[in-house]
Design a binder for this molecule. Structure first.
Ligand SMILES: [Zn+2]
Length: 332
């Protein structure tokens, strides 16, 4: 996934503001408990390896790159994550959107997550950044240049062509790897949860209440429904933000650079369209020398998958309350 941090978001004060805003939503989120699903447990987790099939995602292109493809890296991490979660959370359905190199549009992925009644949507991606081009001189070659001039005037005017051999450099161009590395997690900007409300309006799912009363009809245009839908979407934000922070905490524990939690303004269609808390993890930079090797290694993929799994287990413990048995540690 291509992601450029907006300059404005880099300032500390704004990040603090965003965090304060998020805290505000945490408080609001509490209020949403009065609207349905407050008791909904984490039963189904959808793990989405980004891209796949004809969509490579980012491909390593800097000089010395492994030429690895994001779709393969994120599949490797996702399959490890699914495996760990199934072992550590045997009572939870853990469903990957793809288990091989299949082409699947984001629309299909969102539909898949909604159709499987996911309670959590975890997208695994790797960062892309535009690379600078460098050049070096390999040697020189002769280039023949002709100069034309006219001498004399009138009938005596003559064209004189002289030949010159010049040495010109033979240049080679290459892409310079990025120095940026580390892991970040993206959530939707809180106000964009309105998009989620729209997604819910277009859905047949009855998410208002957990009651078994099938006769319950939702009047989508009623102010009551809109208010409850808004609160519900704020609850998505609260949970998404909670998990995103837990992921980054666990990533930091591994010693990898923790690039933090970012609220994304646009482009995360798949997060918009899923009717559940959703995060997108940018596991690392394919165009960084160290990160590309880390992301392609078994140990690197395992370390990231384990960190994400630990965060998800902590997330469940927090949202499902203390009645659950304590999660065992993730590992061998
Ligand atoms: Zn991607």
């Amino acid at each position: 996934m291509q992601f450029k941090y907006p300059d404005v978001l880099k300032t500390t004060s704004l990040r603090i503001l965003l965090i304060s805003l998020a805290t505000g939503f945490l408080a609001l989120g509490q209020a949403s408990f009065v609207y349905g699903q407050s008791s909904k447990k984490l039963k189904t987790i959808i793990v989405d390896p980004g891209h796949g099939g004809t969509a490579n995602g980012t491909v390593g292109e800097y000089e010395g790159s492994l030429r690895s493809k994001e779709k393969d890296i994120v599949l490797g991490i996702s399959l490890k994550l699914v495996d760990i979660l199934k072992k550590q959370m045997p009572d939870v359905n853990v469903i990957p959107t793809r288990t091989n190199d299949t082409t699947m549009s984001v629309k299909e992925k969102a539909k898949f997550a909604n159709d499987h009644n996911g309670d959590l949507f975890v997208c695994i991606h790797a960062d892309a950044v535009p690379l600078k081009t460098g050049s070096r001189i390999l040697g020189y070659k002769d280039k023949v240049v002709y100069h034309t001039k006219y001498v004399g005037t009138g009938k005596n005017k003559k064209k004189v062509v002289t030949k010159q051999v010049k040495k010109v450099p033979i240049k080679e161009y290459y892409k310079i790897p990025t120095t940026r590395k580390g892991t970040s997690t993206l959530v939707l900007v809180a106000r964009q949860t309105a998009e989620k409300v729209k997604a819910m309006e277009n859905s047949e799912a009855d998410f208002i209440t957990d009651t078994e009363d099938s006769s319950y009809q939702v009047n989508y245009s009623s102010p009551e429904w809109k208010a409850s839908a808004l609160l519900y979407s704020q609850k998505y934000f609260r949970r998404s933000y909670l998990l995103a922070n837990l992921v980054q905490e666990e990533i930091a524990q591994t010693g990898r650079p923790n690039l933090g939690v970012w609220q994304r303004e646009e482009g995360l269609w798949v997060l918009h369209a899923t009717q559940m808390p959703a995060i997108l993890i940018e596991t690392g930079f394919v165009q960084n020398y160290d990160d590309e090797r880390y992301l392609n290694s078994e140990s690197g993929q395992k370390e990231i998958a384990e960190a994400i799994a630990k965060a998800i287990i902590k997330y469940r413990d927090q949202i499902d309350g203390p009645t659950r048995p304590a999660a065992t540690t993730v590992g061998n």
